[in-house]
Design a protein around this ligand. Structure first.
Ligand code: FES
Length: 363
């Protein structure tokens, strides 16, 4: 089509895919979990896995034995290095804005923007419509992705990324009204844009699902079909395509660029901290400070109490960065994330930041 339908701003030509379906993610997951339980499966939530090896894992301090282990944890927590050199973590942002029912046609708009491209200099955005209530729909617009822990390097801090999306919605959907949701998430971008689904490189009994590139529902469904065959020893035509051990020479340039970016993060070990002293940190904020040879992640809570941890990520030793939007410490190397009280909330790290004492009178 010469002009993308439904958007107020000029876009130029676009591809149009008619007759697409849309389903409710939570209802879909509910159906899946019900089916697992109905067929005799058991689901344990609130279960933290600390270690995984062939036929065995440790969860909440208990040893669990298994013929086959599938690690479907966004970032694989079983693999220390290999898979983390083949994919990179990005933060992505989403806003939900009310619009009168019927004012915007049900569609999904998805551009191919890439700020690193020589033709397009904006990060991509994705926009779709969701029914909200009897009178309203919700315009859900996401994008403005950046490498985890590196938003400031690109000149737009995490917390300001929503403003860019809101502006985009207002320009393209003039009937857009009240902003009612904002959230951010994390996606793993694989080297060649295809997810990694299959046997973990170097293992016999451990399978992984990762590199979803923002298409987790699609890849999760593919993984369910593909892994069933692999585990049962059946042939599957998709096995090679998604094989985590594949080598993609066509994207060697991208690999070197991403690997260089990752290596550059280690220079933070000798760089100055964000601030000189804890006194410079406002209440409710965090920062990295340098104490002698140490890097310290500091959070000052709303009452002025200081929480301090080693800023060294327990995965492979990069220095974490403060994320003012999520109030977390994020690792720019492979995407581990930690709450302001030091607990790990995103792998590949499986443990939290080490607590260290930082007396305020030494600040
Ligand atoms: S996530 Fe790998 S060093 Fe932090």
């Amino acid at each position: 089509m010469d002009q993308t339908p439904g958007l107020a701003k000029e876009t130029g030509p676009s591809l149009h895919y008619p007759n697409q379906g849309q389903f409710h993610i939570m209802k879909y997951l509910k159906g899946l979990t019900d089916a697992i339980i109905r067929m005799g499966g058991e689901i344990y939530t609130e279960t933290h896995v600390e270690a995984i090896k062939e036929h065995e894992l440790i969860a909440n301090g208990h040893v669990v034995k298994a013929d086959i282990i599938v690690v479907a944890t966004n970032s694989p927590i079983n693999d220390l290095v290999t898979m983390h050199t083949k994919q990179w973590p990005y933060r992505t942002y989403v806003v939900g804005i009310k619009v009168a029912k019927g004012a915007v046609k049900h569609s999904l708009w998805w551009d191919t923007g890439d700020k690193d491209s020589k033709w397009v200099t904006e990060p991509y955005k994705y926009t779709r419509l969701q029914s909200l209530d009897d009178q309203n729909d919700l315009i859900i617009c996401g994008g403005e992705d950046h490498k985890t822990g590196q938003a400031d390097d690109e000149g737009i801090p995490e917390e300001n990324r929503y403003d860019v999306l809101i502006e985009f919605v207002r320009q393209n959907f003039t009937s857009a009204g009240e902003i009612i949701y904002k959230w951010s998430g994390q996606v793993l971008e694989p080297l060649d844009c295809m997810a990694y689904i299959g046997k973990n490189p170097g293992n016999d009994s451990i399978y992984i699902v990762t590199g979803d590139s923002g298409n987790g529902m699609t890849h999760g469904t593919i993984a369910g079909m593909l892994l069933k065959d692999l585990v049962l020893g059946k042939e599957n035509p998709w096995a090679k395509l998604y094989d985590p051990s594949r080598i993609t020479l066509k994207v060697a340039g991208d690999y070197l660029k991403e690997a260089g970016n990752m290596a550059a993060q280690y220079t933070d070990l000798i760089a100055k901290g964000d601030v000189e002293s804890v006194n410079e940190i406002p209440s409710g904020e965090g920062a990295i400070i340098t104490k002698g040879l140490k890097k310290v992640a500091v959070y000052k809570d709303e009452t002025g109490v200081i929480h301090s941890y080693s800023a060294i990520c327990p995965h492979l030793g990069c220095v974490v960065h403060w994320n003012a939007n999520e109030k977390t410490f994020d690792c720019p190397c492979h995407g581990s994330r930690f709450t302001y009280t030091g607990e790990v909330v995103n792998g590949p790290a499986v443990s939290g930041l080490e607590k260290i004492s930082l007396k305020q009178d030494q600040s």
